[in-house]
Write a protein that binds this ligand. Structure first.
Ligand code: FDA
Length: 396
């Protein structure tokens, strides 16, 4: 049986950061993962270029039952700290849009950087190691971790096993099971940053648009809105605006889509009626929307493609209303199979926001996505992994 000061389960973004930082502080750390490669999600993230943080990190970009929980860690290890680390390693990066930072070359650079941080500091990374059982002996304040290769012991156990998104990359509910084993509350989980599926009639109607994207503003029933692109897919709708909106959507709810987000549709239609009344509504809409989108949207809304001058003002108002607030009811989402994140998880009320330690279970910590803190699309989730992993390491 080997004894460690600290064992971290999960060599993803949060676990790698925590292991390196704890080892730098002299802690004898073992980082375990059942996968054969560390940081698998980092490697495929951002289309292989890893959107590793965002210039505009702020607590309001995180969903959690306790919106204050993320503030402490995010303010102690900021995006500027991570950008500094990336720069120290000479990794070239660029801002793509909305403050989102990506590697110029490859996400592999981020994983190599974190692995070198672990190696330099002396943290041991052990892959292909599935954890079968965890037990705690209160008398000696010792955790025992059972693996197929034998038993490991530690005084501090950090759960960094992530959420349920993308099981094919090794995601499991392990962290939630450990939380429950030690009597911690786990909030219901659901897929976030995930494409919507459409009802059968909408799906088949819009299927020909698969691959087409348009700028739109999505508003969910709670009033949250995002103005970015939406992408029509074979199954429904995706694209950044939809992924963002999905985190604020609950099954059965409507979503409002403004497909002319940068103008008042009624002003546009009335002006067009005055200036180009002989033109069909389809031709006029095709000047602001892709032609095929205009065509299929009008068909779907059962609006005849006749000249604009043949529409009364009331009729144009009704059409404008639908252009600025096209209401759909998704049939669901694509689920954990394609979701980028998992909403819900270990209830943050159970944890210290400073150290990430469980309040009722000394020596047990949760970091990263396993807990109920979920960021927007755009580097916010990795920043939470870095910040929570760093904050925890300071307490080990
Ligand atoms: P993470 O999932 O990274 O790591 C958990 C680790 O635990 C894994 O290595 C897993 O193998 C291991 N594990 C799980 N169960 C275990 C068990 N029972 N025993 C041992 N090990 C176990 N975010 C962002 O900010 N920018 C981006 O560009 C992207 N892009 C992106 C693309 C895709 C396709 C996905 C699926 C997700 C993203 N994300 C993202 C989200 C981001 O990847 C995610 O929020 C972080 O990886 C979470 O970091 P964690 O360390 O908490 O979990």
């Amino acid at each position: 049986m080997t004894h460690w000061d600290c064992i971290i389960i999960g060599a993803g973004a949060a676990g790698l950061m925590c292991a390196a930082e704890a080892a730098k502080r002299g802690v004898n750390v073992l980082l375990l993962d059942h996968a054969k490669q560390a940081g698998k999600k980092i490697l495929i993230s951002g289309g292989g270029r890893c959107n590793f943080t965002n210039y505009n990190i702020e607590p309001s970009a995180y969903l959690s039952q306790n919106p204050h929980f993320c503030k402490s860690a995010l303010s102690r290890y900021t995006q500027w700290d991570f950008i500094g680390l990336v720069s120290d390693y000479g990794i070239a990066y660029h801002e793509k849009t909305l403050g989102q930072l990506f590697c110029d070359d490859s996400a592999k650079e981020i994983v190599s950087m974190l692995m070198s941080e672990c190696t330099k500091a002396g943290a041991k990374v052990q892959l292909r190691t599935a954890v079968q059982e965890v037990t705690y002996d209160a008398e000696s304040s010792t955790y025992t971790v059972l693996t197929p290769n034998g038993k490991l012991e530690c005084n501090k156990l950090v759960i960094a096993s992530g959420g349920l998104s993308m099981p094919k990359l090794g995601a499991t509910g392990f962290g939630y099971e450990i939380a429950q084993q030690f009597g911690l509350d786990v909030l219901p989980t659901r897929a976030g940053l995930v494409p919507f599926t459409l009802q059968p009639d909408e799906k088949s109607h819009f299927e020909p648009l698969s691959g087409v994207s348009v700028n739109a503003r999505i508003t969910t029933q709670d009033g949250t809105s995002f103005n970015e692109n939406i992408l029509f897919t074979h199954r429904g709708l995706s694209g950044p605006a939809v992924l963002q909106g999905s985190s604020y959507w609950a099954p059965g709810e409507d979503v409002s889509i403004d497909i002319l987000p940068n103008e008042s549709a009624i002003d546009f239609l009335l002006k067009a009626k005055t200036e180009q009344g002989d033109k069909s509504i389809k031709t006029v809409l095709a000047t602001v929307l892709a032609k095929r989108v205009a065509e299929l949207w009008l068909e779907y809304e059962k609006i005849e493609a006749k000249p604009l001058k043949q529409f009364s003002e009331n009729q144009l108002e009704a059409i404008a209303q639908r252009l600025n607030a096209w209401t759909i009811k998704p049939s669901g989402t694509e689920g954990y199979r394609t979701a980028e994140v998992t909403l819900g998880g270990v209830n943050t009320n159970e944890l210290s926001s400073k150290t990430m330690e469980a309040k009722k279970q000394p020596g047990l910590y949760f970091i990263g996505e396993v807990m109920d803190v979920t960021g927007w699309l755009g580097g916010y989730n990795f920043q939470w992994a870095w910040s929570s992993g760093w904050a925890c390491a300071q307490a080990l």
